[in-house]
Ligand binder design. Structure first.
Ligand code: AGP
Length: 624
């Protein structure tokens, strides 16, 4: 996720770009940049670091101009650096582009462009867009000289480029057009949001509403595959095929605070709802259609047979990431049939562990900066293990020190309580488990699971549409003084995360137990002021969970069951049943955690807490 802005009008554009980018810093902050049309030249200023670094650089010079684009970056391809920052330009610097999204086929496009003699300067996917537009623009200009080409060479070049792109993109671009056209800015939207702001004698683009509220509340929310051409005095809308579109603008009545959260009351709720898109962003570039069916392409880590021959997998992490590791254990042992050891990083680093250089050592961390996780990784690295990191933060310490990195493209996670980072960590673990399982010939029916993964974003969205059910349930249960989450197998691993979500933002005493453990002690805690939430997605263990529910009900507990649509066995014995759209039992954690995230959120709100900033907690624990 990145932040895009752009402006054409009567004001000096540089201050407008800096001001609008500031409102989008929550969307990306590892680097920032602008491009301004100044006296028939494109001046580009871009650098690694937060926006204030760029602002300080720009304060030392005056760049005059009233047409420009800006960008704050959350890196996905190419680590944060000056050269990888946006805007990106063609070789001559006549076209500048800013991009939010992932160009999935950029490697093939880069190869093709290099074969045309294009010299690349960055490691990003975005740079291919600037060179492609320039390639077609040059061809269209040549046709114009022979009077056989389109009258709008640049717009046509953009449309031709779009036919070559696969993936998600919100684009803003400006060009030196040798006075063929008045100053203008071109914007494109596919899967990543982009808004056109309508002013008087001025027009704007922005990734999100907050950037525009200081200037206008009249906007076009660009639809997928729409192209906008912004001039000082008007805006033209087109389809990707170049047909003109006419529609009425929308009026925004949000205040700034709610605008920064996309209209949601808190970042946590926004990020819970972003999971459906995060699933798509993390999965789609890695599930490719091949002749023999779907395939998992983890090109960024090139898993060789050696990985498939590993005698053991060790996974270490902290907090929510450790819970993802627990799900990973069940996934690797289920699909790849490799023994897995999971350790809390703060334990692993001090227990003098036994190393085997043949082991696969996986570390999981949203921030990539957690002190205990980094220490555990360094210890394993000294022991000769191959380190694979799963992280959400490009350029983080973890990503730089691991041998291989698999990114969760969840976008910045602002709320302290981790939600979309957790589920995208699970996706990466499932892809690894299935990939290694295929390499070890342990998953003959892999297509069944890949099909289920491809449907997961839609199923997550179906659950999110039922959030009011959970809000009402939370309003009845938020005052319970104890909440226990129980489950078996994959459900037990998810129960750990359910309990952490609730305790860390509602401050309710909440614990997770393997359901079979209740009778070995925990059931002594169950009383009439206890809520027991049973996760029941492992169909072959339903009768066990039925017994557990009867046990706790007999001691006065309220019960809530999270199970599959169509399963009625719990209706007569539980106080509440929440149903999930059906999928594979072994993939259930991707869905079963969502109602628990929402439950934790609504309980916290009912108790008057700020879910985004829970007491005593930090987003990244960079100290022991
Ligand atoms: C999870 O909601 C918490 N914020 C916390 O447990 C977190 O998961 C833990 O500190 C690990 O952070 P990391 O993923 O950035 O390493």
């Amino acid at each position: 996720m990145c932040g895009i802005t752009g402006y054409v009008g009567y004001r000096q554009v540089t201050p407008v770009l800096l001001e609008t980018l500031k409102k989008l810093e929550y969307r990306g902050y590892d680097s920032a940049g602008i491009a301004v049309l100044h006296e028939q030249a494109l001046l580009v200023r871009k650098m690694k670091g937060p926006l204030k670094v760029l602002a300080e650089r720009l304060a030392s010079e005056t760049i005059e101009g009233s047409l420009g684009i800006g960008h704050t970056r959350w890196a996905t391809h190419g680590e944060p650096s000056d050269i990888n920052s946006h805007p990106h330009t063609d070789v001559a610097g006549h076209i500048a582009v800013v991009h939010n999204g992932i160009i999935e086929n950029y490697a093939k496009l880069k190869e093709w462009l290099q074969a045309q003699g294009v010299v690349f300067r960055s490691d990003t996917d975005t740079e291919v867009i600037a060179h492609l537009i320039n390639y077609y623009y040059g061809k269209n200009r040549k046709k114009q000289e022979n009077d056989s080409g389109t009258e709008d060479a640049l717009l046509h070049a953009v449309l031709q480029t779009l036919t070559r792109l696969e993936g998600s993109y919100a684009l803003g671009l400006i060009a030196i057009e040798n006075n063929d056209f008045p100053d203008r800015l071109i914007a494109v939207r596919k899967d990543s949001p982009l808004i056109v702001g309508l002013g008087k004698g001025e027009h704007f683009i922005a990734s999100d509403v907050p950037a525009l509220l200081g200037y206008t509340r009249e906007v076009y929310f660009l639809e997928d595959r729409e192209v906008a051409v912004l001039y000082r005095d008007h805006v033209d809308l087109f389809t990707e095929q170049g047909e003109q579109i006419h529609r009425a603008p929308s009026h925004i009545d949000w205040d700034m605070a709610s605008a920064e959260k996309g209209g949601y009351a808190h970042f946590m709720l926004k990020e819970i709802h972003e999971q459906a898109k995060a699933f798509t962003d993390t999965l789609r570039p890695r599930l490719t259609r091949e002749a023999q069916g779907w395939d998992i392409t983890l090109d960024e880590i090139k898993l060789d047979a050696g990985w498939a021959a590993a005698p053991r997998i060790v996974i270490t992490a902290c907090g929510t990431a450790w819970h993802a590791a627990m799900v990973g254990k069940y996934a690797f042992e289920h699909f790849a049939r490799i023994p897995v050891e999971v350790d809390i990083a703060s334990e692993y680093r001090y227990r003098n562990p036994v190393f085997n250089p043949q082991d696969i050592f996986i570390v999981i961390s949203q921030s990539g900066e957690t002190a205990d996780t980094l220490a555990a990784m360094r210890l394993a690295k000294q022991g000769g293990a191959r380190i694979l990191a799963i992280t959400n933060t490009v350029g983080s310490t973890l990503s730089r020190e691991a041998h291989l990195v698999l990114y969760t493209w969840a976008g910045p996670e602002i709320a302290v309580a981790s939600t979309k980072a957790f589920t995208t960590q699970l996706l990466c673990l499932y892809l690894l488990a299935l990939k290694i399982g295929v390499l070890r010939s342990k998953v003959p029916d892999v297509d069944r699971y890949l099909g289920a993964l491809r449907d997961m974003a839609d199923k997550a969205a179906q659950i999110l549409h039922k959030q009011e059910l959970i809000q009402r349930f939370a309003s009845r249960q938020f005052n319970k003084d104890k909440v226990f989450f129980i489950g078996r197998q994959f459900d037990y691993a998810v129960s750990l995360e359910c309990a952490l979500k609730l305790k860390e933002i509602s401050y309710t005493h909440s614990e997770a137990f393997a359901a079979g453990e209740l009778k070995h002690g925990p059931i002594a805690l169950v009383d009439t002021n206890t809520l027991v939430v049973a996760l029941a997605t492992q169909r072959e263990l339903f009768d066990k969970i039925v017994s557990n529910i009867r046990e706790v009900t007999a001691r006065g507990a309220a019960t809530w069951v999270i199970t599959w649509e169509g399963e009625t066995v719990f209706n007569a014995i539980a106080d509440e049943v929440f149903t999930l759209p059906q999928t594979e039992d072994s993939l259930s954690p991707l869905l079963s955690i969502i109602p628990a995230q929402l439950f934790a959120y609504y309980c916290a709100v009912q108790k008057g807490n700020d879910p985004d900033k829970p007491r005593n907690l930090a987003k990244s624990v960079t100290v022991e």
